[in-house]
Design a protein around this ligand. Structure first.
Ligand code: ZN
Length: 247
């Protein structure tokens, strides 16, 4: 089975469309690791698109905040402004959908999904020691996580933990990671709608479990078109600017 792995779309429909175009015909089922909304100008259209994909989806911290499950005070001022704007631009049916998203970790087929960490869905997993926690907690060989907006991952072979270089270098659109039978993996497909790893291209992954391979992808999209909609919507300048440099 081939899975499309999406995370942190953040209401960026143009980036999501570029991802779906590039991934066309390459996957059978889709999963989403949360943060469908927040920051970007297209919350309602993105939720519609994810629902149309039939993606198995868990909630992210922005989804929780929009649904008032997480308090807005936990966000920085720009994220808070975007949150209040998002609440006003979601249809009642899509708000209900967001509110009902399940938390991670969630097992799907032979892998797990989590937005942040295994013991705390809102924790950012940056450091190897945090990843080790997840690798040991995961009931499956492969777990996918999001939240940091950094494409990459960690592997545990025996007692050896390694940080994986999975990002396609500039000029390349994909990088293949071969899954070794005796290792466990904690993998981040990167953010579709607001990458923060200095590569502004939309990020996603395709997991081919029969071939023991995870493909990490980066695709360009029309960033200026998204920025124009954000200016129109009066969203915070910092959120608009960061899309162009991917940080
Ligand atoms: Zn996010």
């Amino acid at each position: 089975m081939r899975y499309l792995i999406l995370s942190d779309i953040h209401a960026n429909l143009t980036a999501l469309e570029a991802v779906l175009n590039s991934a066309k015909g390459r996957w059978k089922k889709a999963v989403c690791l949360g943060d469908l909304v927040g920051y970007g100008p297209d919350p309602d259209a993105v939720v519609d698109a994810v629902r149309k994909l039939g993606a198995i989806t868990i909630r992210g911290n922005h989804d929780k905040a929009v649904g008032d499950i997480l308090h807005a005070d936990t966000f920085n001022p720009a994220a808070q402004l975007a949150l209040f704007w998002t609440r006003e631009h979601l249809s009642a049916k899509n708000l209900k959908y967001i509110e009902a998203l399940p938390p991670g970790p969630l097992s799907v087929d032979s892998f797990s999904l989590v937005h942040g960490a295994f013991h705390d869905e809102d924790e950012y997993v940056f450091a190897p020691e945090q990843a080790l926690d997840g690798l040991l907690s995961s009931p499956t060989q492969i777990a996918f996580f999001g939240h940091t907006h950094l494409q990459g991952g960690f592997a545990l072979r025996g007692e050896t933990l390694s940080v994986l270089a999975t990002r396609p270098v500039s000029g390349k659109t994909s990088h293949d990671l071969i899954i070794e039978r005796d290792a466990k993996y904690l993998l981040n497909p990167g953010s579709v709608g607001q990458p923060r790893d200095d590569d502004p291209r939309a990020a996603f992954a395709i997991a081919d479990l029969d071939q023991n391979r995870v493909e990490f992808w980066r695709v360009p999209y029309d960033i200026e078109a998204v920025q124009a909609r954000m200016i129109e919507a009066n969203l915070p300048q910092r959120l608009i600017a960061r899309l162009a440099y991917g940080h």
